[in-house]
Design a binder for this molecule. Structure first.
Ligand SMILES: [Zn+2]
Length: 170
């Protein structure tokens, strides 16, 4: 079992398998943690903070292992600021690829696999466009959007309703 990150509305069935980011549960946890770190540190606007929290909600300690895959259409995009949000997300991926906040993890990620996954994730984001945004509620029932923005005192990342995604998986 593992988790897939997809951009299904954009690709044909054949392309889908080639482009999809398929990861083991362990690799997914690392990816979510490095993305949460960069997103939380770079977020300035409320919308950017929402993105940081949304990513952190993909917490296998709460949602269950192998239960945190998603399609890019499910991110909390807005139609008005889509281009800015996409640029923010790409900056987050670049920051994670530069290993900007990896020193805050209490383990040494397997660099090659994480960087390769981040590259694939970046390709999916680049191929994603506004018309694919989902109109469903982006937040899960288990981890709804928090009413207040709070950060972990240890990792300085935004908390979801059940705490810090890094602390929860330590
Ligand atoms: Zn923490």
């Amino acid at each position: 079992m593992g988790n897939n990150i997809t951009n299904d509305k954009n690709y044909s069935q054949k392309e889908r398998l080639d482009k999809m980011l398929a990861m083991s549960n362990g690799l997914t946890a690392v990816l979510i943690e490095v993305l949460s770190l960069s997103a939380s540190y770079l977020a300035k606007t409320d919308a950017e903070i929402d993105f940081a929290i949304w990513v952190a909600c993909h917490d296998q300690a709460i949602m269950g292992r192998g239960m945190v895959g998603f399609d890019l259409s499910e991110l909390p995009w807005s139609t008005e600021n889509f281009e800015a949000e996409k640029r923010f997300l790409l900056r987050v991926v670049d920051s994670a690829k530069a290993k900007q906040y990896w020193n805050l993890l209490d383990y040494e990620p397997r660099e090659e696999m994480v960087l390769c996954s981040l590259e694939k994730f970046k390709d999916l984001i680049e191929d994603f466009s506004k018309e694919f945004i989902s109109t469903n509620n982006f937040w899960s029932k288990t981890l709804p959007k928090p009413a207040k923005h709070k950060k972990c005192s240890l990792h300085n990342i935004y908390l979801h309703e059940e705490g810090c995604v890094i602390c929860n998986n330590m």
